[in-house]
Ligand binder design. Structure first.
Ligand code: UT7
Length: 319
């Protein structure tokens, strides 16, 4: 996480909002914002170094690096080759994937498929964002929500027992909602020109519509995945869902009948970090002892696209 903490009190000075509104409507109390000289690859590289340290892995033993991000350093090249070089992974297979807040879930699925098929031996998947760079700091509907950060996991072939590692996945999308959460300008449909309003180069969101989608899909995707795996919510030891809004997580956990103590929540301190939110929540769960070896973990991402993705994992930490 970047060092710089931005509190709700600071936002009160910038836009017409209040700590009371932000906490009661979202659960967010503070968030991290990258320094001026920090970009997505800097945050991603820091997460990867931490992962290599924690797992005692030599960078040269990683043969696949996927960075899930919505906010790459440049339109191209992708972040992953740069992160690979920054962390000593010489000549690693490296690319970015972008499914916004579901991106980390897609990255996990891609890495798992490549490891299971033998195309890779040891993969690192990073979720990294510098959303503060595409935020309209005059728009109170979005600038109080999003933030910066990065997290990473390792997926490796260990010839393990069946039913360990990634147990199942469930993915989907609905492009009819593409403009419910987007950056309208800056791509090939609408390149930035001197006439482009600044607001169109920033995140814009139809909050109510996305809220409705998020609360529905979190429950539906989880239930479909559990049914396919022949399991029920009672089998899940920990739910790590995209940290978008405390009310979304409350609503979903109530409807699914999962004990609130099994639902990881760190958005009060980190806000919504898009593709970084699930790995950051996983890291918190490891550090606080919520996530233990052998736990069945249900991860659910949802967001712009609209996209969603759920992954069920039997957790096998190497540390
Ligand atoms: O990461 C991808 C997934 N993203 C999400 O899942 C986000 C989903 N959406 C949400 O979490 C919620 O819709 C928000 C937190 C964005 C907004 O909460 P809401 O309860 O849906 O509020 P609203 O948009 O219906 O706005 C209610 C009122 C409006 O005023 P009026 O029209 O009722 O007078 C807004 O203008 O709150 C106003 N408002 C604010 N007031 C103070 C909107 N933003 C703010 C703000 N401070 N920051």
């Amino acid at each position: 996480m970047p060092q710089r903490v931005m509190t709700n009190a600071e936002l009160e000075e910038m836009v017409d909002t209040s700590d009371e509104w932000i906490v009661s409507r979202t659960g967010i109390r503070e968030r991290r914002i990258a320094a001026d000289d920090q970009a997505t690859t800097d945050l991603a590289a820091e997460a990867v170094r931490d992962l290599l340290r924690r797992t005692g892995t030599d960078a040269s033993d990683v043969d696949l690096l996927i960075v899930a991000t919505t906010t790459p350093d440049y339109p191209f090249p992708p972040c992953a080759p740069i992160v690979g070089t920054m962390t000593g992974m010489d000549h690693v297979a490296a690319y970015d994937t972008n499914a916004v807040c579901s991106g980390f879930m897609y990255g996990i699925a891609q890495a798992t498929g490549m490891v299971e098929s033998g195309m890779a031996r040891r993969a690192v998947v990073v979720g990294a964002e510098t959303l503060s760079r595409i935020m309209n700091w005059d728009d109170r509907a979005t600038c109080v929500l999003f933030a910066d950060g990065a997290g990473a996991v390792m997926i490796e072939a260990d010839g393990g027992e069946p039913g360990t590692g990634v147990v199942g996945v469930e993915f989907g999308s609905d492009g009819t909602g593409f403009a419910d959460l987007w950056v309208p300008a800056g791509g090939t449909r609408s390149p930035v020109s001197p006439q482009t309003p600044h607001a169109d180069t920033c995140i814009q969101m139809n909050g109510r519509e996305v809220f409705r989608f998020a609360t529905r899909i979190l429950v539906e995707s989880s239930q479909r995945l559990l049914a396919e795996a022949g399991m029920t919510i009672a089998d899940v030891d920990l739910m790590v869902a995209h940290q978008a809004n405390e009310r979304i997580l409350d609503h979903a956990s109530e409807r699914m009948g999962i004990d609130r103590a099994k639902v990881v929540m760190n958005l009060d301190r980190l806000g919504n970090t898009s593709s970084a939110s699930i790995p950051l929540a996983l890291a918190d769960a490891v550090d606080t002892g919520m996530l233990e070896e052998g736990a069945l973990v249900l991860m659910v991402g949802f967001g712009a696209g609209l996209t969603w993705g759920s992954v069920l994992v039997r957790w096998e930490p190497r540390t």
